[in-house]
Design a protein around this ligand. Structure first.
Ligand SMILES: Nc1nc2c(c(=O)[nH]1)N[C@H]1C(S)=C(S)[C@@H](COP(=O)(O)O)O[C@H]1N2
Ligand SMILES: [Mo]
Length: 437
């Protein structure tokens, strides 16, 4: 079995097929079986240990083990994150764990398209970044030490949100990691401006796009394939806030987040922010790397009916992410004491734009109250909102949050336009509250 996808995804999509790939049955219909060779190694890799009694594991145990606990397999240093896929590793953060104004590394979602490079014993100072491409005048190599010493350093808080955040809510369902609300983070990044480095390498007049390549490898093991190689138009590449970052929250960028160097082009789908950065290509055309073409990170240029199949030529590349908000306190599902007021807070962001207002509702969107909203610490950083709510009767409530960007665009109350890959779901965030006497 050539395993290109992890057990979680395989089981989420087609449990019967997953079973038959992993297990050889004693008789075709029996509930007894044994893990096939490759199935056993996949399982052992997923649990992070060998399985001494594997020969006694009954068929059907895997789905139970995956569904049973909130935390079937843990990622070191990422307590409380929910794992969506183990190969490649993808994990999201429950809303109540995103309460910090600056997201700590331990609470930052992980989205890998391939197998991360092993960076445990590298010398970060010697890490080489190549700048090349048809529209680069003087192809250049710079070590991380040179980047750090030759260019001015900048520290900014910048939000990264996966283009597929919220995918789980679309119907008909879209393939891919079933992110709910947790593929968003806003840590503080330190690095040098991509613009400064590009100017040193020389940008030809015909340059239109910048693409990246990282040091991670394709899940198939094929060295000729890249897991992902996306990019941004020149105007985005040249923005003040587009950084080649070597530090996150004052520490070297963590291994899973791109150590020792990553691109941070905030406000766009985070897939443009290449991790383990090895190469920047200055292109004379729209970058055509892995996951730039076809249906990847694209949505229908014009709205389509749910479930429609859309030809590639009618799909447009996602640029700025839409306006969105997240209630990070209280935690959904709490019981609140009747007669007391409830402080509520969270964050709001709007891709390239600022958020101008946030509202909350306790009556399923019939009426809305304006929340207090802070300014961003810098452009492309999320903003914090807070409010105090009280409830007229005991019973079940939902708190909804709805943000509006500086151009007056609001989050939709239910779902935005369906699209084949389930991107850009910026529906209002909802949490449940029970008010008891
Ligand atoms: N080299 C490389 N860069 C990458 C990816 C990847 O798989 N490989 N994933 C992208 C995607 S789709 C997202 S959402 C973000 C996730 O960043 P994080 O894992 O640091 O949260 O990284 C982006 N950069
Ligand atoms: Mo992503």
């Amino acid at each position: 079995m050539k395993q290109e996808r992890g057990l979680h995804e395989l089981y989420a999509e087609d449990p019967e097929r997953a079973d038959s790939l992993l297990w050889a049955r004693v008789t075709p219909l029996s509930r007894r079986g044994f893990l096939r060779g490759a199935g056993l190694s996949a399982m052992a890799a997923a649990v992070g240990a060998s399985i001494p009694f594997a020969e006694y594991m009954p068929v059907g145990l895997i789905p139970a083990a995956l569904a049973d606990s909130e935390q079937p397999f843990a990622i070191p240093g990422k307590d409380g994150l929910v794992i969506l896929n183990d190969r490649p590793i993808n994990a999201e953060t429950p809303a109540y764990l995103l309460d910090d104004k600056v997201t700590p590394a331990s609470r930052m979602f992980v989205r890998n398209n391939g197998v991360p490079p092993v960076t445990t014993n590298i010398d970060p100072a010697g890490w080489v970044l190549n700048i090349a491409g048809e529209s680069c005048r003087n192809p250049t190599s710079l070590t991380l030490a040179e980047l750090q010493s030759e260019f001015k350093q900048h520290t900014l808080q910048l939000q990264l949100e996966c283009g597929g955040n919220g995918r789980a809510e679309f119907y008909p369902a879209a393939r891919g990691n079933q992110w709910t609300t947790g593929a968003i983070a806003c840590p503080e990044w330190t690095g040098v401006r991509l613009r400064d480095v590009l100017h040193k390498a020389g940008i030809a007049d015909n340059a239109v796009y910048v693409g990246y390549e990282g040091a991670d490898t394709h899940v198939s093991g094929d060295p000729g394939k890249l897991p992902i190689s996306r990019g941004v138009p020149m105007a985005k590449a040249l923005q003040d806030e587009t950084l080649l970052a070597f530090a996150m929250n004052g520490e070297p960028v963590p291994a899973l987040h791109g150590y020792p160097l990553r691109l941070v082009a905030a406000g766009w789908p985070a897939s443009v922010s290449g991790k383990w950065l090895k190469k920047i290509l200055v292109r004379d055309r729209v970058h055509d790397g892995e996951k730039m073409l076809g249906q990847s990170y694209r949505v229908p240029c014009k709205p389509v009916a749910p479930g429609a199949s859309v030809p590639d030529e009618d799909m447009c590349i996602i640029e700025s992410m839409p306006v969105k908000s997240l209630i990070t306190s209280p935690r959904s599902g709490i019981v609140h004491k009747f007669g007391q007021s409830l402080p509520v807070r969270g964050h709001a962001w709007a891709g390239e734009l600022a958020v101008q207002r946030v509202y909350t509702s306790i009556d399923f969107g019939a009426t809305w109250q304006k929340a207090k909203l802070e300014r961003p610490v810098n452009r492309l950083a999320w903003q914090h909102f807070s409010t105090t709510l009280s409830f007229p009767l005991t019973g079940y409530y939902e708190i909804w949050a709805r943000a509006e960007d500086e151009q007056g665009r609001s989050q939709p109350m239910v779902l935005p336009g369906w699209n084949p890959r389930g991107y850009l779901n910026n529906a209002c965030h909802r949490i449940a509250i029970r008010v008891d006497a």
